[in-house]
Write a protein of this length. Structure first.
Lengths: 638, 251
């Protein structure tokens, strides 16, 4: 199938402006008659639902937590980028666009990324007006910090809780619309399928997680803002409930899944300590502003107390390998470098998988109180988990799965290839290419939700003003509901011998070992077989306690793991197919002096996969990436 | 480490509920409290029994989802710590640990340790926002905010909406939660236009949701995992009084 990305004509800087000036609109009177479902209440979902409500649409918003304020976005720590150039250090919309595209290793669309950079400026205005308490300078103006992969200071932050404050801003806007009646909120509801009528998305089947009842919800259009799928690896920095289910169900119904193998491994997380571990904790990238990463030069020093290792025996390997960016290289590069030094046997914990992040120089230079004011809550968090004081001993850190650049394929309108079905935030594949720069996911989620989707969705809805409210007695709803019910029954009736977690952990291990920080053909072929076998076993031997019609968290988990067992296979297929190294996708066969070797001649495209049945080979649709303004070059941070 | 756990089990809102006792071994020092609960649940699943339902998500102390009363203390005995950030190293091997849900009239129990906290959302919906539509905001640096004000607003804005303050209060009052939101917005210039209306309608929603009134025992502050200060309640009372005296809004 030919994929049309619908990028508007015209000069890069004018595309979005022209689009907005000429696009279709829906009149206020008609908006009242149009229903829109937004699944998800994270930054993307809450901002979209609130804005659509303000515009006058009838919105239904869903989340699986007990309140929209608890979406996983709440956990984002470090900050949000915007091209305000408040620091007068040469920043501009173009530079943010360029950095993001380059950071993504030239695997994203120019037009989308430029629009993102344009919207970034408005996001900060909006959030400040909502009362988001960003950090400020003495003079009362907004403060900034630096993040990896860039040479300007453009990251806005609220201590180490930027995601929390931005989400509470969006949640407050959403709450206002809920109070006004334009948005109806469904907490503790999980979308388990999309309903298509005549090829258009017309509603969802959701399970009320308190009573277990299945509900039908109709709408003229459906927006997925359901976040990323990092938990396919079992251990990740994502919240426990983060899942791919909504995205996977629509993929099964025909929506293309793009670049699934593009996953981000974040360099600074607290290392794994034991087999019982349920999740990994991120230590914000902002720490690399003042922390220096090192391991001992000599293997035999690796378990020595760090203060006994003299300067000359330390290897500040990022500063050595990448003098221009030093400790602030992009995440994929920092993670891989940590893997290399640990593979050489220089890792600083027993398991061999950790490096130091050392603040002693910064504390000497700036004083403990400055460091505490910048990172106090992160240091506290570290101390609580690791039982060690980072003001005195260097932190021990190691890379962990953190973010997924891949996701549902969308065009410039953020529409999937199913008419009426949109995907925003981390759930879509759009703007980060093969590697996301720090502080740009919050930016993208809010750009999509506040400023892009509310405009672009009108292109579809303008032609729907004569469509009456969607009738949920339609056959398509009945069928979807009965299929969802059957799958739940099936899961409950296997009554096997292993728990859902047993399978989730086994899948995670396959993914981490063979489709993680480094990948190769043989491993990936093996991984596909192992995942298929694991999936078969799951459907014969999993034990899910309880019944369907009750509050049953194990049943929720089982459904999510069932979908991960399918997604994992697609990720492996995608990784196998992409015979190049780019961004977070590192194929050991395609390297140049240890650095990723991109192949623009053969792989300068988006892989958009089409579902053909569980375990079958999916169909690959390619969207060629066209660069009119920037010439892709080898990324160099040296 | 080994523990004896006495856990509140309740099938649904209508069930009366009771404690069940479980013995658990193979707990490690580094485990978080919820990882210990995972071990218990895996054990129950292997025995084909119903695992214990509890709320949790981020496991980083920020989403506000986890909510257990541990040996009588909301979020456990450790100061400024959520349940998910409590570690087993702070318990003694062989201890008996009693685990209960938040208990408050406004928080009905859904199952075992999970309760319904939508009453907190209702309070926010009553006015915990600035009425600014998307796209209508002025340039962000147009209004400077004194740094100390921004810091104070942030101190209050750190509330994670967990409801431990309610669970800790003998009157089941949510005044600490409410005061945190009112203070956050009252301290910022952006919050001024709706300042009076906000405090009056949020206070009303608080009372209507079935939360009790505040008698200044300070238990909320002691158990708040984010160190939200009780001085916010004093500010809330001042805000409310001055709004009530000077405003045309009905009480
Ligand atoms: C620890 C951590 C720190 C981070 N720090 C930063 C940072 O400093 N800067 C930055 O830019 N990015 C950061 N990120 C990334 C960023 O937080 C996320 O990419 C972003 O918040 C995703 O937002 P979202 O709205 O797309 O999805 P989410 O916030 O994940 O929201 C998903 C929503 O969908 C709902 N949902 C999901 N599935 C279903 C279903 N089937 N039915 C119903 N509802 C469903 C959930 O309930 C939730 O409301 C961080 C990520 C992590 C893990
Ligand atoms: S004030 Fe503290 S205890 Fe109360 S909801 Fe907020 S964070 Fe929880
Ligand atoms: S699980 Fe999120 S705060 Fe404890």
């Amino acid at each position: 199938m030919k994929l049309d990305s619908k990028i508007p004509a015209g000069r890069l800087e004018e595309k979005w402006e022209n689009y907005r000036s000429k696009c279709k609109l829906v009149s206020p009177a008609n908006k009242r008659r149009i229903d829109v479902i937004v699944v998800g209440s994270g930054l993307a979902g809450a901002s979209a639902a609130a804005t659509l409500g303000e515009l006058g649409y009838n919105v239904k918003c869903f989340c699986f937590q007990d309140s929209p304020r608890r979406a996983h976005s709440i956990a984002a720590q470090g900050g949000i980028n915007a091209a305000k150039n408040y620091q007068n250090d040469g920043d501009s919309i173009y530079r943010l666009f360029y950095d993001t595209l380059k950071g993504g290793d030239y695997r994203s669309r120019e037009a989308n990324v430029h629009r993102l950079a344009e919207a970034s400026v408005q996001i900060i205005d909006q959030c400040v007006a909502q009362g988001v308490p960003f950090a400020r300078e003495y003079g009362g103006l907004l403060a900034n910090r630096s993040f990896g992969g860039v040479q300007v200071s453009r990251t806005f932050y609220a201590r180490g809780q930027t995601g929390q404050q931005l989400l509470l801003g969006a949640y407050s806007a959403l709450s206002r619309q809920i109070a006004s009646g334009s948005v109806k909120m469904y907490n503790r509801h999980e979308m388990l399928d999309v309903v298509l009528i005549d090829g258009k998305a017309r509603g969802i089947i959701a399970r009320n997680l308190i009573t277990g009842e299945l509900e039908r919800h109709g709408a003229h259009a459906v927006v997925l803002a359901t976040g990323g799928y990092s938990n396919v690896f079992f251990l990740s920095t994502n919240a426990m409930g983060s899942n791919v289910t909504a995205a996977w169900k629509v993929h099964r119904k025909g929506a293309f899944f793009a670049n699934p193998c593009f996953t981000q491994i974040h360099p600074t997380c607290i290392p794994v300590t034991g087999g019982y571990q349920s999740k990994l904790t991120l230590m914000s990238e902002s720490l690399r502003n003042d922390g220096r990463v090192w391991v001992p030069k000599k293997k035999e020093d690796r378990l020595k107390p760090p203060h006994q290792i003299p300067e000359e025996d330390r290897d500040y390997y990022l500063e050595r390998m990448y003098p221009a960016f030093g400790n602030l290289v992009p995440r994929d590069i920092a993670s891989r470098a940590a893997k290399v030094v640990c593979d050489e046997g220089r890792g600083v914990v027993k398991s061999g998988y950790a490096v130091y992040l050392d603040f002693s120089d910064a504390i000497k230079r700036l004083g403990k109180s400055v460091i505490a004011s910048r990172y106090g809550n992160l240091f506290d968090m570290y101390q609580r988990i690791a039982d060690d004081n980072p003001y005195e001993t260097p932190m021990k850190i190691f890379p962990a799965v953190h973010y997924t650049m891949g996701g549902l394929w969308v065009d410039y309108d953020l529409s999937t290839n199913i008419p009426g079905l949109y995907a925003i935030g981390e759930a879509n594949f759009s703007d980060h290419g093969a590697n996301r720069l720090g502080a740009s996911a919050l930016m993208q989620g809010l750009a999509d939700g506040y400023f892009v989707l509310p405009v672009t969705i009108a292109q579809f809805l303008a032609d729907e003003i004569r469509t009456p409210p969607i009738n949920t007695e339609h056959e398509a709803f009945k069928e979807a509901e009965s299929q969802v019910g059957q799958q739940l029954d099936r899961l409950l009736n296997i009554k096997g011998n292993k728990s859902v977690d047993d399978y989730h952990m086994a899948l995670g291990k396959i993914m981490w070992d063979k489709c993680g920080m480094a990948r190769n053909k043989q491993g990936l072929i093996q991984a596909r077989k192992e995942i298929q076998a694991l999936r078969n076993e799951f459907w014969q031997n999993v034990y899910v306690p309880g019944t369907q019609n009750e509050f049953n968290p194990e049943l929720e988990k089982a459904g999510r793991v069932a979908d991960y067992l399918e997604l994992g296979e697609l990720m492996v297929i995608d990784a196998l197919n992409r015979e190049e190294s780019c961004g977070g996708h590192f194929r050991e066969e395609f390297t140049d002096n240890g650095e990723a070797l991109r192949d623009d001649e053969n792989f300068n495209f988006v892989s958009a996969w089409e579902f053909t049945g569980t375990g079958n080979d999916p169909i690959l649709n390619k969207e060629a990436l066209v660069y009119e303004n920037i010439k892709p070059s080898t990324r160099s941070y040296k | 480490m080994k523990f004896t756990l006495k856990v509140w089990r309740q099938k649904n809102a209508k069930d009366t509920g009771q404690f069940e006792t479980y013995n658990i071994s193979e707990v490690e020092n580094e485990m978080s409290f919820l990882e210990m609960m995972d071990v218990l649940n895996q054990q129950l699943i292997k025995e084909k029994k119903d695992p214990v339902a509890f709320d949790h998500d981020c496991r980083e102390g920020i989403c506000g989802m986890c909510s257990m009363v541990i040996n009588g203390h909301p979020h456990g005995h450790q100061k400024a710590t959520t349940t998910c950030q409590l570690h087993m190293r702070s318990f003694k091997d062989g201890d008996t640990i009693v685990i209960e849900p938040w208990r408050a009239k406004a928080f009905p129990i859904l199952r075992d340790l999970a309760v319904d906290r939508s009453a907190l959302d209702n309070i926010i919906q009553a006015g915990g926002y600035v009425s600014v539509n998307t796209g209508s905001a002025p340039e962000a640096n147009a209004v400077p905010v004194p740094q100390d004000m921004a810091e104070k607003a942030m101190d209050a804005a750190e509330c994670i909406g967990c409801g431990a303050c309610v669970a800790a209060c003998k009157n089941s009052s949510a005044m600490l939660f409410l005061s945190a939101k009112v203070s956050h917005l009252a301290l910022l210039p952006q919050g001024q236009p709706e300042r009076k209306k906000r405090v009056i309608s949020m206070m009303k929603a608080h009372d209507e949701a079935g939360f009790g009134s505040c008698t200044n025992t300070g238990a909320c502050e002691a158990y708040c995992p984010k160190g939200i200060s009780i001085t916010n309640i004093a500010r809330l009372n001042r805000e409310f009084l001055s709004a009530a005296l000077t405003s045309e809004y009905e009480l």
